[in-house]
Design a protein around this ligand. Structure first.
Ligand SMILES: *Cc1c(COP(=O)(O)O)cnc(C)c1O
Length: 458
């Protein structure tokens, strides 16, 4: 047999890094050049747009961000789960570059092109469910949520929209009413859209309920407060993102789907953060045996370019009149070319296995930290979507009182030492690990050492 793979890279994503995959801190954080840039920003950028860590980036590759002062950060946020295949992944860069040279825009609703169709075909093939599916492409996650709601209302002829406690669905006028937290997403921006209802969720660490009991509690709310005959859709993140990576109890999601199906309610999976191979499956719904009617994709779909989709049962997707869905930039050809490359990279580099590898490395390291520090109350998540919930000392098995101060201190310490770590949680007491699938075990180990020191320093 000829040795066809002799020149294949040792690690699937190690193809050709343009930035060394290591942490390097050369200045105080933020460094002098970032401090200067921040002054300029404050003069021209709205204060309504905040930044977690005001270091200004000039280059990124794999799992490393390089700032203006040449500091190299281990990126455990991936732009909130956007650069899932890695920053400037070679296949994505090549596909987007080629497409830019062919054509950049025509508007699919005027003169269409193949790239849009190919993305719709790939979404139909990789979203859960073995039935005829169709898609619409748009630009952002919130726009996917908005379109999911429109499509469900048109199909059902009903008005009400239900979401779960601790949910996050976006910052547009409709979606800000669908979020759990008013601050900062809705405060002062009202009036809020009507007919949006917040039902109790499944949060095993706090409610201790089985999937069946949590589902019964949710369904009772939907039946009593809204009434099935008025409910167009129930929108659910299979693993809640901003809420703090809550993994619902076994059986919870399929039981809700069963109730929705029996009552003519469209159940929508908001997989904007959890989808696109992030959790060791194409879509997190698969971990729970949940087959949603509609699936929302955004963040990770195009390697960093803006693209989003609503995909689902053809009869629901086809209920809208021609011209009722779409938009100027929706399914931009460059973003579509990048998305096709992302799907190819997932297959070619077996990125579902990378998700499982990262889960193993993070869970092992975090479990060690939990046995050392009793402020780590819970470790949860799937694949490259893992979080720890921090509680007040000694309350981890009892009252589980949130410890937001520890989370802020650890994130600040990590940043000073070249690790970009995101926070989350309704009470601000969750640290989330949302790296790209290119993050190596060595980078994970290094980052966890920094976090160990951060907790020790509290
Ligand atoms: C980020 C996010 C959204 C909103 O997406 P945008 O692209 O920021 O509009 C919606 N739902 C979930 C679960 C998200 O994580």
């Amino acid at each position: 047999m000829t040795d066809t793979f002799a020149s294949a890279p040792a690690s699937p994503s190690a193809a050709a890094y343009t930035v060394p995959q290591e942490r390097r801190v050369l200045t105080a954080i933020p460094g002098p050049k970032s401090v200067e840039m921040h002054k300029r920003r404050l003069e021209s950028v709205s204060t309504g747009v905040s930044s977690t860590l005001p270091v200004y980036i000039k280059k990124a590759n794999g799992a490393i961000l390089v700032d203006l002062d040449d500091n190299h950060f281990i990126d455990l946020g991936a732009g909130i789960g956007v650069t899932t295949v890695g920053h400037t992944e070679a296949n994505v860069v090549e596909a987007a570059t080629n497409q830019v040279q062919e054509f950049i825009h025509t508007l699919f609703t005027i003169t269409p092109y193949e790239e849009y169709i190919r993305v719709a075909e790939l979404l139909a093939a990789h979203t859960p469910g073995d039935f005829k599916k169709k898609s619409v492409l748009i630009n952002s996650g919130a726009e996917a949520v908005e379109n999911g709601v429109k499509i469900a209302r048109k199909y059902t002829g009903r008005r009400a929209v239900a979401v779960l406690d601790h949910a996050y669905h976006g910052r547009t006028v409709l979606t800000m009413a669908m979020n759990y937290k008013a601050m900062p997403y809705a405060t002062g921006f009202g009036p809020l859209a009507s007919d949006v209802y917040h039902a109790p969720s499944s949060y095993p660490y706090h409610d201790g309920l089985s999937g069946a009991d949590a589902a019964e509690r949710t369904i009772t709310y939907l039946e009593k407060v809204i009434g099935a005959s008025d409910l167009a859709c129930l929108v659910v993140e299979p693993i809640q993102g901003e809420g703090g990576f809550m993994v619902p109890a076994d059986g919870y999601l399929p039981l809700l789907q069963e109730w929705c199906t029996a009552n003519g309610v469209v159940m929508i999976a908001d997989e904007i953060q959890s989808g696109m191979a992030r959790t060791g499956a194409y879509y997190a719904s698969e971990h729970f045996g949940w087959v949603p009617d509609l699936v929302l994709t955004a963040k990770g779909i195009a390697g960093g370019l803006p693209l989003a989709a609503v995909t689902g049962r053809a009869e629901i997707m086809d209920a809208s009149q021609p011209g009722g869905l779409g938009g100027t930039f929706g399914g931009n050809p460059v973003a579509c070319a990048a998305a096709i490359a992302v799907f190819e990279s997932i297959e070619r580099n077996d990125l579902l296995a990378e998700g499982a590898r990262i889960e193993k490395a993070l869970l092992a390291g975090l479990t060690k930290l939990k046995s050392k520090y009793d402020i780590i109350g819970d470790i949860r998540g799937k694949g490259a979507m893992i979080a720890i919930e921090l509680v007040q000392p000694g309350t981890g098995d009892t009252t589980k009182l949130p410890n937001a101060a520890a989370v802020s201190s650890i994130a600040a310490f990590a940043a000073q030492h070249g690790v970009l770590l995101l926070t989350a949680g309704t009470y601000g007491n969750v640290l989330r690990f949302l790296p790209s699938l290119a993050v190596t075990d060595a980078l994970i180990a290094d980052a966890l050492t920094v976090i160990d020191h951060a907790i020790a320093a509290l």
